[in-house]
Design a protein around this ligand. Structure first.
Ligand code: NAD
Length: 524
């Protein structure tokens, strides 16, 4: 008897412009079977991709760089349409970052991926030739967020691809069109269709990718989702890189330049409407400067032009959706109820649309307020004073997060000393956020901010498995440490230990004489 199952509706997502509410497109979500099929195709295509060699893949990167450079304005506009950030930011914090990531890999991938001789220190192993071989994992899954919808998946994918992996990307459901642009650029640059694929969907599609036959997952997103991913990955011992949230502190020391540091704070807190993992989320200022600094931040915040990111004069665009605006508004209300003073902003901007929130500067905040403990992910700059450098370090480290931090001082040595005491993946002295655009620098956090690194050499190392190759150069010789145990063996080995680790020349010489008998001794 035939069983007629009801046909399940394919889920679709609408891609929405957060500035205007305009629906930019409708896309079908990939279900479990479609994700599994994409990964199977990627696996089938990966072997040939790995085989074609680093030089070929670097040539692909060159073509990609050229194609992206030619399409930079279109790509920036697509980012602004889908994520809302000003065009200038789309160019600088997304397109430029990716062009430079390609530059870094073009210049360095060959060298970093090359086999590496591993000389042996112990006399016992001098006759062996050691080599480190870097092999691609196979298929890398990438799950990415919406806030940097181009630069995050692109930098991860370029590193994965140049190392010989195939990639299946699950972009955020809030900015999937930009990911399709990335796929188009990669294909136009010579990456076979099955070697880089995009699966569209929400959380369940990401979860399906996690359950699929991938060899490693690079996840960027919230701590909450990241913890769930880590638990599921542990079940099957899937290696993961987790790039999670941040609550980055900015420490303004008593010798800082108030004008420069306040400009940095305003940009660092409001770039991408504060929706940056590396944005300034907590600002600690020496008491002697605090009033002047807060006043300068408030004055500068009020000068910022909030609006449609497509207009060249816009400094701050909308937030990604209304839920995020509500979270920010609730955190600001919580801070106000606990005694914070609003020096600028502190309200939604309904005349611009439902997703706009004014750049906000708060003073008199404390660590009892949510605004200083939880990731706000909105355009809010909370400022708190401190009296001593030690107190500033203690406050900076009093957080479950540890992505990045910055220290502001005219004395770079003093800044460096404090930087070494901050618990974070990156500490900048006299700059904020821009570390993300330094292609050589590893990106990633400590504590709840994540595990592993992307970008630079360490990011490339995440995309390969290290195999140790050991070639013994005396194939006709039984090794002295094999069976043949007994009293004389014990004495030979003691002698060898004296030779290698004993103190004094005479002990070493005696050890050498005893140990040498092990060579050529009878072995099983
Ligand atoms: P999110 O965790 O909600 O979503 C991230 C991605 O995970 C999306 O593609 C989403 O669809 C997917 N996802 C959701 N549930 C899933 C599940 N159960 N299994 C698999 N995938 C699932 O994060 P978001 O709101 O898109 O991004 C904002 C967060 O990302 C912030 O916390 C921000 O700090 C963080 N972030 C971190 C970095 C970094 O480099 N450390 C960079 C950018 C953003």
């Amino acid at each position: 008897m035939d069983v007629h199952l009801p046909k399940q509706e394919t889920r679709r997502i609408a891609c929405v412009n957060p500035t205007t509410g305009e629906v930019l497109g409708q896309l079908e979500c990939a279900d479990e079977a479609q994700v599994a099929a994409a990964v199977a195709r990627a696996r089938a295509a990966q072997a040939a991709w790995a085989k074609c060699g680093v030089k070929h893949r670097v040539a692909m990167l060159r073509a990609f760089q050229e194609n992206l450079q030619a399409a930079r304005s279109e790509v920036a506009a697509a980012i602004t349409r889908e994520a809302g950030k000003p065009l200038a930011e789309a160019l600088v914090t997304e397109v430029l970052v990716v062009l430079d990531a390609a530059r870094f890999l073009i210049e360095n991938a060959g060298r970093f991926l090359r086999d590496e001789p591993l000389p042996h220190g112990s006399l016992a192993t001098k006759l062996k030739l050691g080599t480190l071989v870097r092999e691609p994992h196979g298929v890398i899954g990438i799950i990415s967020p919406w806030n940097y919808p181009f630069s995050i998946p692109a930098t991860d994918a370029l590193a994965a691809l140049v190392a010989g992996n195939a990639v299946v990307l699950k972009p955020s459901e809030l900015a999937p069109l930009v990911a399709l642009n990335l796929a188009g650029l990669l294909q136009a640059s010579g990456v076979p269709e099955d070697v880089f694929q995009v699966v569209i969907g929400e959380g369940p599609t990401g979860a399906a990718l996690l359950r699929s036959d991938i060899d490693k997952l690079v996840f960027t997103g919230s701590v909450q989702t990241g913890k769930g991913i880590a638990a599921a990955a542990a079940e099957r011992l899937l290696p993961v890189v987790l790039e999670l949230g941040g609550k980055d502190p900015m420490l303004v020391l008593d010798d800082a330049d108030v004008d420069v540091a306040s400009s940095a704070a305003v940009w660092g807190a409001f770039v991408n409407a504060g929706q940056a993992c590396l944005s300034v989320e907590r600002c600690y200022v020496h008491r002697s400067l605090c009033a002047a600094f807060a006043e300068a931040c408030a004055r500068k915040a009020k000068q910022l032009r909030v609006g449609d990111g497509m207009h060249p004069e816009t400094d701050i665009g909308p937030m990604i959706h209304e839920r995020q605006v509500q979270i920010v508004a609730a955190d600001v209300e919580d801070a106000k109820a606990r005694g914070a003073r609003v020096l600028a902003g502190g309200m939604r901007l309904p005349e611009l649309g439902p997703n706009f929130y004014a750049p906000t500067v708060l003073a008199d905040v404390t660590h009892e307020m949510r605004i200083m403990r939880e990731e706000t992910f909105g355009p809010v700059l909370p400022i708190m004073s401190f009296d001593h450098d030690d107190e500033a370090v203690r406050l900076a480290n009093d957080s479950e997060y540890g992505l990045a931090a910055s220290i502001w001082t005219q004395d770079s040595k003093r800044g460096e000393r404090l930087a070494r005491r901050i618990h974070a993946g990156t500490v900048m002295v006299n700059d904020v956020v821009s570390c993300f655009g330094i292609s050589e620098a590893p990106h990633g956090g400590v504590k709840a901010s994540g595990i592993g690194r992307t970008h630079g050499r360490f990011g490339l190392e995440e995309m390969v498995r290290v195999k140790y190759l050991d070639i013994d150069r005396t194939p006709g010789m039984k090794k002295p440490w094999w069976y043949g145990y007994g009293e004389s063996f014990r004495r030979q080995m003691e002698g060898f230990l004296d030779l290698e680790f004993g103190r004094g020349l005479s002990r070493k010489v005696r050890g050498a004489l005893r140990g040498a008998r092990a060579i050529g001794a009878k072995r099983l």
